[in-house]
Design a binder for this molecule. Structure first.
Ligand code: ADP
Ligand code: MG
Length: 876
């Protein structure tokens, strides 16, 4: 057995403190991982797995990455849900007596990243804690330490978990810590299908008094009572747990105020959009790619700043409920519409505004350098000109933003007087400050500069004294100042010259005088560098005093940016201002689906949406691909957009204020989830029937598909009956069960619509036009033909269809006929079938070649004539 080296002993001691994390242990220029950590890291970071002491009996698995490029590797580990401990050398190897001292310098977890390089600036990176009491009381805290965003909420009673779960889907935490094993289980189930961040149990939950202390430390003694946290003990506990966790990670230095605001919020103060609805409507993620592109957010996001983009996501996810608040935003958009030039100017200025919110967070972590301050100055200058521009606008919100924008003139001056325009990256080497900022620094700078002339004089003097014309004074990092004499002149070198270094063609010397000068010069330089560093810390603290103003500016800018972005989209796509008339009708003329509209090749055909007290339950039939799903979703999207304060894709829109939206898609349309789809569909439907009110909008897309025809249809029918009689919610129901159209006239509120198609020979032409009434057939076979299904299969399908229809009609069972009636028997494929039959019947042994040619000609002509008629009709 080989004895563990002292370094490995050191390693093991650190590892024991953090068995659940990957330990990256600095060894010279590398971070090294050992044992199991090495195996995990090699796999996750895609680096080579080697071993330490390879020749020995007990080689230790080893993986390493260079310190200078560690960030990318770290990023990979964190994004895969690992936690990492960085243990670094804290003294120079040369100075160390024996083993180099090492300390834990950082503990990184997916939810506590502050490095901007490792984050997507367009979205928050949340660490979330969830605390529960029994099964109906939950507190949640969401913390983004890269922005200083800290919010807590509490949900009680039936449906509490559902609301928390919806909020988790909105927050998309990269680290989720639960107060109990049960909650952890629930969370795991929620995110089971997706590659998610970390889900774990909280290592520690503070008791009440401790919670009060933690919260008071961050936000002051009054916060607890100001937010009435006694009434929201679980929200407070969740917040305090998050703080305690950050302390454990050494991310919350004692006495530092990292989070400037504690936001107690309640999602039921917004329009409720549950997670399934958000997904089906593709609010922030497209179903196909899963990304922002192709979603409503992707379309609406014309923001110019990172703060704006992060806020807009929240606006889309949580539309407003109060008419006043909505109208305030709409007023701004309206004013922008009438002042397009001013808005464009504003947009241009916003472009040069950096991420003020994340800057503030880095400021509290002391992670800003001189270049950040120059960037801050530029941003503040832009804010000053924005303020002037906003003064030209009248709408309330803009006036409010203008009035609340703090005055940054003194801060701008402070930075401007202090920091040079193009400072170096490092804070340690000086060169940061302008002349005139600090007297002592100016003096030291002068000394350093003067030394140049002194050195030149010295060089000249030595040349003359020794008679060596090529004598040269030089400097390098390792040897300092030297006198260089070429080999040919060596005999002229005076005896007091001391040899420093030998080169191929020359020797380098120093003298007592030169050494003295050197000490003075480097002394001044070192002094200057450390003085500048101290001055910088002082300046940073002065700027920290402005944090509240900077954050307030950041909020105002985000809001300003969101609204100019929405105005930009509205202008580009000709959206109109929605009207909330107060009566509960939804009357939309020429509605469009904002996202599909962008992707269709043909012209997008707008349609009206008309729902009032008499007709609030629209049953929409029509063949596959006609545009049913698109139509019913457009109503929901218009409602979401309007209540977030955006213009909407329509000619005119009079809307009610909706308390919530439900959107469900029949199971067979949604195979991505792998669960028993029909079961899921029924659970979701049950949820709607429990929670919808007459102020809700329900969008049901082919519900009842996931089971046999009769089951599905019966369920669909009874759901409609229940909505019609009990809930009276506005409902859009698309279905391929044509039988359901007989509800019109028999059930209050129901009206039938269909999306018109035209038949041309064997083809259907989609007109995309919504018309009252019902579809007379399903055209499934025509669509199959469009899709390129082989002819033989189409012919067979047509035969089966005919037989089934005949059987159904002879049974006299019109009400529940299995298949829809066909208005006239289609003879399209029969003709092709006949031609094939003729070919089959040909007895090739009995006809002459000439007859064969003749027959071939005949058959071809029959086919061609037929297609000719077809195409003529299409263009005629
Ligand atoms: P359905 O639900 O009836 O099967 P979809 O709503 O999925 O049909 O629409 C199918 C396709 O038809 C869409 O992807 C889109 O390309 C196109 N489409 C739908 N509605 C319209 C419209 N109003 N104008 C133009 N194209 C449309
Ligand atoms: Mg559909």
């Amino acid at each position: 057995m080989n004895q563990a080296s002292p370094m490995m002993e050191q390693y093991k001691a650190v590892k024991e403190q953090h068995p659940d994390k990957l330990l990256m242990f600095q060894v010279g220029d590398f971070y090294e991982l050992f044992f199991e950590d090495a195996q995990v890291a090699a796999r996750e970071m895609e680096i080579a797995l080697t071993s330490r002491d390879a020749g020995s009996d007990n080689p230790i698995p080893l993986a390493g990455v260079p310190v200078h490029s560690a960030e990318t590797y770290l990023n990979r580990l964190l994004s895969k849900g690992h936690k990492v401990v960085l243990c670094e050398q804290v003294e120079e190897a040369q100075q160390a007596k024996g083993l180099v001292r090492r300390e834990i310098t950082r503990i990184l977890t997916p939810g506590t990243i502050t490095d901007p390089e490792m984050l997507d600036e367009n979205r928050n990176n949340y660490l979330v804690t969830v605390i529960n009491h029994n099964h109906d009381c939950y507190g949640l805290a969401a913390v983004d330490i890269s922005t200083g965003d800290f919010r807590v909420t509490e949900q009680r009673g039936e449906g509490a978990w559902d609301n928390i779960s919806d909020e988790l889907h909105r927050l998309q935490p990269s680290e989720l810590l639960c107060g109990s094993p049960e909650t952890e289980q629930l969370c795991r189930k929620q995110f089971a299908m997706k590659k998610s961040g970390l889900i774990e149990q909280l290592p520690y939950i503070p008791v009440l008094n401790e919670s009060k202390d933690l919260i008071a430390q961050q936000w002051g003694d009054n916060t607890w009572s100001a937010l009435s946290l006694d009434n929201y003990p679980l929200a407070a506990a969740a917040g305090a747990s998050a703080l305690a966790y950050l302390q454990l990670l050494q991310q919350l230095p004692a006495g530092e105020k990292l989070f400037h605001r504690l936001d107690l919020y309640f999602t039921n103060r917004y329009m409720i959009i549950d997670n399934v609805t958000a997904r089906n409507l593709e609010l922030t993620r497209s179903l196909r790619e899963g990304g922002k592109q192709g979603s409503l957010l992707g379309l609406l996001d014309r923001c110019m700043t990172a703060m704006g983009r992060r806020l807009l996501r929240r606006w889309v996810e949580l539309p407003l409920l109060k008419k006043n608040n909505i109208e305030e935003r709409l007023d701004v958009l309206d004013e922008y519409r009438h002042k397009p030039l001013q808005r464009r100017e504003l947009r241009k200025v916003l472009q040069d505004i950096f991420d003020l919110e994340r800057f503030c967070s880095r400021l509290s972590y002391h992670r800003v350098n001189a270049r950040d301050l120059v960037a801050l100055k530029k941003t503040l200058l832009q804010i000053e000109s924005l303020k002037k521009m906003i003064a030209d606008f009248q709408s309330f919100l803009l006036k409010d933003i203008g009035a609340n924008m703090p005055d940054f003139v003194s801060l701008i001056n402070l930075i401007d007087m202090a920091v040079v325009d193009d400072p170096p990256l490092s804070l340690k080497d000086g060169g940061l400050f302008k002349t005139g900022y600090n007297e002592e620094a100016d003096h030291l700078k002068a000394v350093a500069q003067e030394s140049n002339t002194v050195l030149l004089d010295f060089e000249k003097k030595e040349r003359e004294r020794t008679g060596i014309k090529s004598l040269r004074l030089g400097y390098n990092r390792n040897f300092g100042y030297y006198i260089e004499v070429t080999r040919t002149n060596l005999e002229l070198v005076p005896p007091e010259y001391q040899r420093k270094q030998t080169l191929v063609n020359a020797e380098r010397f120093t003298t007592g005088e030169l050494q003295k000068m050197e000490e003075q010069i480097t002394g001044a330089r070192d002094k200057l560098a450390s003085l500048e560093y101290a001055l910088f810390e002082e300046l940073r603290d002065k700027i920290s005093a402005y944090t509240d103003q900077l954050l307030s500016a950041s909020d105002n800018l985000a809001c300003l940016d969101c609204m100019q972005g929405l105005a930009e989209v509205a202008e580009r796509h000709s959206f109109c201002r929605p009207v909330f008339s107060g009566n509960k009708d939804m009357l939309i003329r020429q509605a469009r689906h904002p996202v599909v509209e962008q992707s269709v090749f043909e012209r997008f055909v707008p349609n009206d949406i008309h729902m009032d007290k008499k007709h609030y339950l629209l049953v929409i039939t029509g063949p596959n691909m006609a545009g049913k799903s698109t139509y019913i979703r457009s109503a929901a999207l218009i409602a979401v957009m309007a209540q977030m304060g955006s213009f909407v894709p329509a000619g005119e829109a009079e809307l009610p204020i909706l308390d919530r939206i439900f959107a469900r898609v029949g199971a067979s349309d949604d195979l991505s989830r792998g669960q028993s789809t029909f079961m899921v569909e029924m659970q979701e439907t049950a949820g709607i029937l429990k929670e919808a009110t007459s102020d809700s909008l329900i969008v049901l897309d082919e519900i009842g598909r996931g089971t046999s025809t009769y089951d599905g249809m019966s369920i669909a029918r009874s759901v409609l009956e229940y909505i019609s009689r009990e809930i009276k919610a506005k409902t859009l129901f698309s279905t391929h069960y044509h039988e359901l159209t007989d509800l019109e006239g028999n059930l209050p509120g129901v009206k039938n619509y269909t999306i018109a198609v035209k038949e041309k020979g064997k083809q259907v032409i989609f007109l995309r036009q919504l018309v009252p009434g019902k579809a007379d057939k399903s055209y499934g076979i025509n669509v199959a033909r469009l899709a390129g299904v082989p002819l033989e299969v189409l012919i067979r399908a047509e035969k089966i269809l005919n037989e089934l229809e005949m059987a159904a009609s002879s049974a006299g069972d019109q009400q529940l006929s299995l298949l829809p009636m066909v208005s006239e028997p289609s003879s399209d494929y029969t003709r092709e079938l006949e031609i094939i039959d003729q070919l089959k019947e040909l007895d090739l042994n009995r006809i002459t070649p000439l007859e064969a040619i003749q027959k071939l000609y005949d058959l071809q002509k029959q086919l061609l004539d037929y297609e000719h008629i077809d195409s003529e009709e299409e263009f005629g």
